[in-house]
Design a binder for this molecule. Structure first.
Ligand SMILES: [Cu+2]
Length: 128
């Protein structure tokens, strides 16, 4: 009688406290995951300026450009190369200014792309 009475009164609070414990654990896990994500996010943000500063800019002399259409085609060809971030072609100065990601493309490839169009690219000069 006594042993049957004890579980009857003892079970509900026990189950309740166990449920609360599980909820607390879940909340704790969520907080931990949140903190982890925040940490990763901060690390990703910190890595971004480093990647941007890794971008380089070169000025490549280009001979053979006679008109704006020439300059436009040189610009288009350079811009389509993977790893090229920005291109400015100056017809008067006969030069192409290219900002690129060194990990993805090399100045040699930029020169080759210009030469392939039928123009003559000079030695790329690194600029700020
Ligand atoms: Cu032209």
């Amino acid at each position: 009688m006594r042993s049957r009475g004890l579980p009857d009164t003892g079970w509900p609070p026990h189950v309740l406290s166990r449920t609360r414990c599980v909820v607390l654990l879940a909340v704790g896990a969520l907080v931990a995951v949140g903190a982890l994500e925040q940490g990763l996010g901060a690390r990703a943000l910190a890595a971004q300026p480093a990647a941007e500063s890794a971008v380089k800019t070169v000025v490549i002399p280009v001979e053979g450009m006679a008109c704006v259409a020439c300059a436009a085609s040189v610009k288009r060809a350079l811009k389509t190369i993977d790893g090229v971030a920005a291109v400015e072609v100056n017809l008067e100065q006969r030069a192409a200014r290219v900002t690129y990601m060194p990990g993805k493309v090399t100045p040699d490839r930029l020169v080759a792309a210009i030469n392939k169009l039928g123009y003559r690219a000079g030695t790329p000069k690194e600029v700020e």
